[in-house]
Design a protein around this ligand. Structure first.
Ligand SMILES: Cc1cc2nc3c(=O)[nH]c(=O)nc-3n(C[C@H](O)[C@H](O)[C@H](O)COP(=O)(O)OP(=O)(O)OC[C@H]3O[C@@H](n4cnc5c(N)ncnc54)[C@H](O)[C@@H]3O)c2cc1C
Length: 193
């Protein structure tokens, strides 16, 4: 493959797209849905005794919340995902969402109503209809490999993808890569009643 960047030209036998959600811009069939997700990190708490074993909490409700603690005694609270209008994060939207997340923390831990958020963010989050990543080649892009980890296990998917693509380029057969084919239908199968 030949890539022309300004005055320079790079020639490569293989190209691996490992550019996260940005990869959606480079190919016609995007395959994943992008949403926005929000998160806050509170100031450290002196006492987290109210929280049994400080276990990870993750709701299955939609929109969902998740809660976990940090080693220095802070609470990370996130979720409240919503559609991404126009494919971009809305500037300042995280301010309203971080207030909702803090209210949720106060509701869960009524003895900590003075607790404030020290950090807050909005982020783009991507997921596929079947929860699987897209890993491998695409017929429209010869000699290219795509590494697209999506969903709440995206970091694990990206690690698996890195191993698979390395194997294939090194000549090791990986028939299991078919599960993650870029040409599988991006839509859920129709529901039969
Ligand atoms: C709020 C939030 C919470 C999440 N929670 C979890 C979780 O708990 N567990 C989990 O497993 N996953 C989670 N994920 C998903 C996970 O972060 C992603 O699936 C994972 O990071 C994807 O890894 P990647 O290496 O494919 O891409 P990325 O980690 O996105 O890395 C891609 C890199 O490419 C760079 N890049 C993009 N375009 C270009 C370009 N043109 N040139 C050069 N560089 C470029 C980017 O800057 C970036 O550094 C979460 C995601 C979000 C947003």
């Amino acid at each position: 493959m030949i890539c022309r960047c300004g005055q320079s030209q790079i020639t490569a036998k293989h190209v691996i797209f490992a550019t996260g959600y940005e990869t959606q811009q480079y190919k016609r069939e995007r395959g994943a849905e992008l949403t926005s997700s929000y998160v806050i990190v509170t100031e450290p708490l002196k006492d987290l005794q109210d929280w049994y074993e400080q276990c990870l909490i993750w709701e299955t409700a939609r929109p969902y919340h998740y809660l976990r603690t940090t080693r220095d005694g802070r609470i990370i609270a996130g979720g409240l995902d919503e559609p991404l209008p126009g494919g971009r994060l809305v500037e300042g939207r995280y301010l309203a969402k971080s207030k909702q997340l803090l209210d949720y923390v106060h509701q869960m831990f009524p003895r900590s109503t003075a607790l404030q958020a020290e950090y807050s963010w909005g982020a783009v989050f991507g997921h596929t209809h079947d929860g699987l990543p897209y890993i491998g080649t695409h017929p429209d892009y010869p000699h290219c490999y795509f590494l697209e980890g999506y969903g709440g296990n995206g970091t694990a998917c990206s690690t698996i993808a890195a191993e698979m693509i390395t194997d294939i380029i090194s000549g090791v057969e990986r028939p299991d890569i078919q599960m993650f084919s870029l040409t599988r239908s991006p839509h859920p199968p129709p529901k039969h009643h």
